[in-house]
Design a protein around this ligand. Structure first.
Ligand SMILES: [Fe+2]
Length: 172
């Protein structure tokens, strides 16, 4: 979480965000995985359906957001960012998109390291292009294994995809 927070801080500084927003993003980094070690059964007791029915590896974000909300955190943007930091969501704002990217790109994650280092170098200037690469890779990973793709993830992809106006128009 410290590495994610550090990336968010670096990107906030590069973007010239004010101190309050930078601190908010650092806080997201420190909070987003607080429940990562908990069992799926324990996390499901915190959540109501449909969130309680999510697969085990993505429960910790929604559960952390739920508990923070119960503790009186009323920053909807921060809660949404934490809730959907693994799945993605079309409604993620700038902070939520930064957290999603930082969580995937933090240097401690041992996965396709050269590719991820290149993506890190392009942040935050090319954020949406970088996010397209990440979300595409995650969806391709699921498809290659014959696994389902959550609607939240597809919604995130559609919000990032070129020509997303077509998707919105076709939904009317
Ligand atoms: Fe996480």
């Amino acid at each position: 979480m410290r590495r994610v927070a550090r990336l968010l801080e670096q990107w906030a500084d590069k973007e010239g965000l004010d101190a309050g927003e930078r601190d908010r993003r650092v806080a997201m980094g420190h909070l987003h995985d607080t429940l990562k070690g908990a069992s799926a059964e324990a996390l499901r007791t915190i959540l109501d359906p449909p969130m309680a029915e999510l697969p085990g590896p993505v429960l910790h974000g929604p559960a952390a957001a739920e508990l923070l909300g119960r503790e009186g955190v009323d920053d909807a943007s921060l809660l949404r960012a934490i809730r959907f930091h693994t799945l993605g969501h079309a409604d993620l704002d700038d902070a939520g998109r930064a957290l999603y990217a930082a969580d995937f790109l933090e240097p401690g994650r041992d996965l396709r390291n050269k590719w991820r280092a290149r993506l890190r170098e392009r942040m935050p200037d090319e954020r949406d292009a970088v996010l397209r690469e990440i979300v595409r890779a995650r969806i391709e990973h699921l498809l290659a294994r014959g696994r389902p793709v959550r609607p939240e993830t597809m919604g995130f992809w559609n919000s990032l995809a070129k020509g997303e106006a077509w998707v919105r128009a076709s939904a009317v």
